[in-house]
Design a protein around this ligand. Structure first.
Ligand code: ADP
Ligand code: MG
Length: 188
């Protein structure tokens, strides 16, 4: 089977597994993961944080966003262009996020563009991570295009049961530096 079909099968598998979680189970796991992240020194000492606006199916980033705003850590969210490119803009309140043409929340204002600073972190969404930190994304390669330009620490949030032994990888696939689960974190 070619890599694209294999990844699509795995995406279906993890989508079903994700849908099988009840919303109460999910909120407990999401809270454990968010609490773990914000207690970690890599978060505390970070300058700026690049987040994704989570859908109902994804691990929620809401409390990470709220807490970061409370402590004055600048937050940036991506906006997608031309089906391939992503640009991050600063978002300073939840109402500065609006649904884009993909029906995903994205920054309303395209003013305050992300400029790298030392010790920035990015939270990378995925359907699954493997034990080397490689990810199964949504099949558009947005993060594989963005991450080579990102100089900070790449962090994946993943339920412990969604970690794969090994995922198929292509030549553009980028891995993360740390995976955070509800049970533990894994530095790679
Ligand atoms: P995802 O990372 O979202 O799970 P894939 O890894 O399957 O998606 O990548 C989707 C498509 O985008 C693949 O055909 C891949 O080759 C292409 N792609 C990814 N990164 C790049 C890149 N930096 N330059 C060109 N094509 C890329
Ligand atoms: Mg990829």
């Amino acid at each position: 089977m070619d890599i694209r079909s294999y990844k699509n099968e795995l995406r279906d598998f993890f989508a079903k597994k994700r849908n099988a979680l009840s919303s109460s189970e999910k909120s407990i796991l999401d809270k454990k993961i968010s609490d773990r992240l914000i207690s970690m020194s890599v978060f505390k000492s970070s300058n700026q944080i690049l987040l994704y606006a989570s859908t109902d199916e994804e691990i929620s980033t809401d409390s990470i966003f709220r807490y970061s705003l409370e402590i004055g850590k600048p937050c940036f969210f991506p906006k997608c262009y031309d089906h391939s490119k992503m640009i991050f803009f600063r978002v300073s309140s939840p109402d500065e996020l609006i649904c884009d043409s993909f029906n995903i929340k994205a920054p309303k204002n395209e003013t305050d563009i992300y400029t790298p600073k030392p010790s920035d972190i990015i939270i990378v969404p995925a359907m699954s991570y493997d034990k080397k930190g490689f990810r199964l994304g949504y099949g558009k390669g947005f993060y594989d295009r963005f991450l080579p330009e990102f100089m900070g620490t790449k962090i994946g949030l993943c339920y412990f049961d969604f970690i794969s032994d090994s995922l198929p990888t292509g030549r553009f696939d980028m891995s993360v530096d740390i995976i955070i689960t509800e049970k533990k974190y894994i530095c790679l």
